[in-house]
Ligand binder design. Structure first.
Ligand SMILES: Cc1cc2nc3c(=O)[nH]c(=O)nc-3n(C[C@H](O)[C@H](O)[C@H](O)COP(=O)(O)O)c2cc1C
Length: 469
């Protein structure tokens, strides 16, 4: 039997930093990833959804407090810096990334009506100055007493660039070089003040200790930043760094910097391969692999019986507008389908994809031809979850699926992406969480005060702290 301290195994495949990674897995982490009306493309049309959710603060309060009552680790808001480019006939029937709250502003408001749940927002390393990012997330961390997280995205859409005096997104390699640099600068700025710099001694009149303030004085081709940041060190030291990159460059950024990851995989095998890859990159960067929680995204339709869950799914599918389905299919194929009849199959002379995902192109054109599907039918097949992982089942089936991935070390938990809100969130909380808890797989109470503590992450020392650990 392998024991945690047996000499010959401390460097073996099951051992990382002397820890047996196959030992007790503990409990999973759960993130609640909210698109305002839900993740399904037709969610806003569901009679039990909140059609005006995008700009309805009460709705956000309700779903934030539900996730907190359910003891989710965090809630997460995605973002982009433009209205999504699409043909206007599809755009006017869609809801995502069109009119919605800026995430940091919304999370700051939610900080006031929650007390334990982590608050994670997206900010682009391409379209923000590092000083802005450092300042805003430090502020959110103070406002929420240590619950802030930053989802670092690099922004590949040209439409974002066009709102920042540019034409095209930075190319992929440049975006990721920039992201590495921005993360490093932001962390440096968060260390501008030692934790105990502000003594605010009204007797002596000394507000802070001068030696405990640090200028960053960062210089590179892209950035020139003096510092210090004009807010004290965040309660978590550094707000939690989160990432969702899937490419080699994305995984490298994650391996070097991410403390949680929202990953996109559809099968346990692909998720496991990604998991092992990122964890070994962490080791390469001298990081403890436990210090990044990998949380694959999943959209769950759950009801007391599988039949009811399938009915819920089919009903929502029936609400997908064919023009929207065609647009999403076109985006996934990398081909403009707006001139094609939705009631006919993809034409035999369909143009080559123009830089979309080659794998999607081949897989979908093959499926369409083999099953003789019309554009409308093939579109509905992919449009619902925009290619994300969807599971339909009863509570035991859902829990079995999640347990299998978790115990198989394909993940450290999940990013729950409710198809429509608040209905699918409530179903998950009422039906699946009791089953996971019965199996000891999810917490019954928060164990920590900060997001970091709940995720099992350590508080980073300041780069200026010379005391040994
Ligand atoms: C669950 C999840 C959430 C994401 N959220 C955002 C987001 O809010 N904004 C954004 O621009 N990109 C978002 N992305 C895209 C990723 O940041 C990334 O660009 C994408 O996965 C492609 O990987 P790559 O950048 O390594 O090529 C998200 C991806 C996933 C899987």
């Amino acid at each position: 039997m392998v024991t945690a301290h047996s000499e010959e195994h401390t460097n073996g495949p099951n051992y990382l930093f002397g820890k047996d990674i196959m030992a007790d897995r503990g409990q999973m982490n759960l993130a609640a990833y909210y698109n305002p009306t839900g993740h399904h493309v037709a969610s806003w049309r569901h009679p039990k959804a909140q059609a005006d959710a995008n700009e309805n603060f009460e709705h956000y309060v309700e779903i934030a407090q539900t996730a907190e009552r359910a003891k989710f680790d965090l809630l997460f808001l995605a973002d982009s810096n433009s209205v999504r480019p699409a043909h206007i006939d599809a755009l006017c029937r869609s809801v995502q990334f069109i009119a919605h709250f800026e995430p940091l502003t919304l999370l700051s408001a939610l900080a006031a009506v929650t007390s334990h749940i982590g608050l994670v927002g997206t900010a682009s390393s391409s379209w923000n100055e590092p000083y802005h990012i450092a300042r805003k997330f430090a502020s959110l961390d103070h406002l929420s007493s240590g619950r802030a997280g930053w989802n670092v995205v690099t922004s590949g859409n040209d439409s974002d660039a066009q709102n920042f005096s540019g034409e095209r997104a930075y190319d992929h390699a440049d975006r990721y070089e920039r992201a590495h640099e921005v993360v490093d600068i932001v962390k440096g700025l968060w260390d501008s003040w030692d934790d105990d710099a502000f003594i605010r001694d009204n007797e002596s009149g000394l507000y802070f200790i001068p030696e405990k303030m640090h200028e960053l004085n960062y210089q590179s081709e892209r950035y020139s930043i003096r510092g210090p940041l004009n807010i004290s060190r965040p309660p978590q030291g550094h707000p939690v760094i989160i990432q969702a990159g899937a490419s080699d460059a994305g995984k490298e950024l994650a391996g070097r910097t991410a403390e949680a990851i929202f990953s996109p995989h559809l099968t346990k095998e692909a998720a496991k391969e990604y998991y092992d890859d990122v964890k070994s990159r962490m080791i390469k960067h001298r990081r403890d692999p436990e210090h990044c929680r990998i949380l694959p995204g999943i959209s769950i339709f759950v009801k007391p019986t599988e039949t009811e869950a399938r009915e819920d799914f089919e009903y929502l599918q029936s609400l997908i507008h064919p023009i929207v389905a065609r647009e999403i299919l076109g985006t996934m194929l990398g081909v403009d389908l707006s001139g094609y009849d939705i009631d006919k199959p993809l034409p035999a002379d369909l143009p080559e994809h123009w830089g979309g995902n080659k794998g999607h192109y081949e897989e979908l054109t093959k499926k369409g031809r083999e099953e003789n599907l019309t554009i409308k039918e093939l579109g509905a097949h992919v449009a619902g979850a925009r290619g994300k992982n969807v599971f339909v089942g009863d509570p035991v089936q859902v829990a079995d699926y999640m347990e299998d991935w978790f115990l198989g070390r394909a993940c450290d938990g999940f990013t729950i992406m409710p198809p429509y809100l608040p209905g699918c969130l409530n179903d998950f909380v009422d039906l699946v969480l009791p089953e996971l808890r019965k199996r000891g797989l999810f917490r019954t109470e928060y164990t920590g005060k900060t997001l970091r503590e709940n995720l099992g992450l350590t508080r980073p020392k300041s780069r200026y702290d010379i005391n040994p650990d």
